[in-house]
Design a protein around this ligand. Structure first.
Ligand SMILES: *Cc1c(COP(=O)(O)O)cnc(C)c1O
Length: 408
């Protein structure tokens, strides 16, 4: 028989969200009369805004005309979208990015998962603990790690714990790491990195010869103007960092699918013989070989995000979610919960009361208040004793959830 890729067998069984689903189903089967409020998911709930919908409808109509039909487009993305991205997300913030440094894709999850292909298999990765599981699992699949050890960590990955003890500001990796994954504003903790801290990361990457993979999927939720939205706002970052951006949380594209990745040409790696190669050229080769572009209709919808009306409309949605975050922060804070995040991100990270384990608190919240959140331990061992609530819910659900939690 054909051999399988046994790296897949190293993946931890019982992935977080299926386990949540199983427990919620068991509870609701036994308590059919109770209404469950879901604040666990990392998915948006508001519909696409009118300017995006209109742009997509127009693009779909165009596709139905002989002159407006589009077949395969450029794999890297249409210039009309890439130029808007550059102008709005980079030029306006004083960052120079050229058209061939941006690659449009169907999602940051895919990008963050696929990017590891352009690095040597023996490169070592460092991740923050707790972490977005995609960074870790895709490296496990590729064979860059050993098995999970007794702490719940994979062998051959460098973990950087982010806990209350270090104010969720992980220390630099103590061992040599070739690739460092950072996500700011952070999922799951909702915390951000200051400009000073990001500058220290960039300096560290220069000194240690590492590359930073910077996931900026939540940049549009940043409220504090001193917090950088892009790592390239830091001088010297172009030589050491790749950035991921997505329309998913920014503009409600979780079901529409559009994202992009920026790989500056200054970013170089070397061959075993010591020859320098730009990662941009490798990714370009990969992207054009394995991907055939995001649909014209979707890219037209994404383009509308950058129009004045689009910005106004998505700005209102972001304010709505951030008002949810404020209500959760203040409501739970008033009940004595220790709260983190939620100021520049749509996630609230809370310390479980009475030193409960994350899953114990999950069960308590479900059975006593019919609220579903996400156990922190599902994001890594350092998340044990913490719990994530999402601000992506409907306002009435958020308000009843706070009331129910206050009654526990
Ligand atoms: C939601 C999310 C993304 C976006 O993923 P898409 O595939 O673009 O929908 C990226 N990174 C993190 C950490 C996320 O939580």
């Amino acid at each position: 028989m054909t051999r399988i890729n046994e790296n897949y067998l190293k993946l931890k069984a019982g992935y977080l969200f299926p386990e949540i689903g199983r427990r919620v189903k068991a509870y609701s089967d036994a308590n059919a009369d109770k209404r469950i409020i879901r604040l666990g998911i990392g998915d948006v709930t508001l519909p696409l805004v009118p300017s995006i919908v209109n742009a997509m409808v127009e693009a779909a109509k165009e596709m139905g005309t002989p002159g407006g039909f589009h077949g395969y487009g450029p794999e890297q993305g249409y210039s009309f979208l890439i130029n808007k991205i550059i102008e709005h997300d980079y030029t306006k913030r004083g960052v120079k990015i050229s058209e061939d440094e941006v690659f449009v894709s169907d999602g940051s999850k895919c990008d963050a998962g696929n990017i590891q292909e352009i690095f040597s298999l023996d490169s070592k990765i460092a991740v923050v603990d707790p972490v977005y599981p995609v960074y870790v699992d895709t490296n496990v699949m590729a064979g860059r790690t050993g098995e999970v050890n007794a702490h719940g960590h994979y062998e051959n990955i460098v973990y950087m714990p982010a806990t209350e003890a270090n104010n969720f500001e992980p220390e630099f990796p103590k061992e040599k790491a070739d690739i460092i994954y950072l996500c700011y504003p952070n999922n799951p903790t909702g915390m951000v990195a200051t400009k000073e801290r990001l500058a220290e990361w960039v300096a560290f990457a220069h000194k240690s010869g590492s590359i930073i993979l910077f996931d900026s999927a939540y940049e549009s939720f940043i409220q504090d103007p001193t917090i950088p939205k892009s790592i390239y706002e830091i001088e010297g970052a172009k030589e050491v960092a790749i950035e991921f951006r997505s329309f998913s949380k920014t503009a409600g594209f979780t079901g529409t699918r559009c994202a992009y990745i920026v790989i500056p040409k200054e970013l170089k790696g070397k061959t075993s013989k010591g020859e320098e190669i730009s990662f941009n050229s490798l990714w370009s080769r990969r992207h054009t070989t394995k991907f055939n572009g995001v649909s014209y209709v979707t890219q037209k919808g994404a383009e509308a995000v950058f129009s004045a009306q689009g910005q106004k409309e998505i700005g209102e949605q972001i304010s709505y979610y951030m008002e949810n975050a404020r209500l959760i922060r203040e409501g739970l804070g008033a009940s004595g919960y220790k709260i983190f995040g939620g100021l520049n991100a749509p996630y609230i990270w809370l310390k479980t009361p009475r030193n409960l384990k994350s899953w114990e608190f999950f069960d308590e919240l479900l059975s006593k208040a019919q609220i579903v959140g996400t156990p922190g331990s599902g994001f890594g061992p350092a998340g044990e004793g913490y719990f994530r609530l999402s601000a992506f819910g409907k306002r009435e659900d958020v308000l009843s959830a706070i009331e129910r939690i206050q009654k526990i």
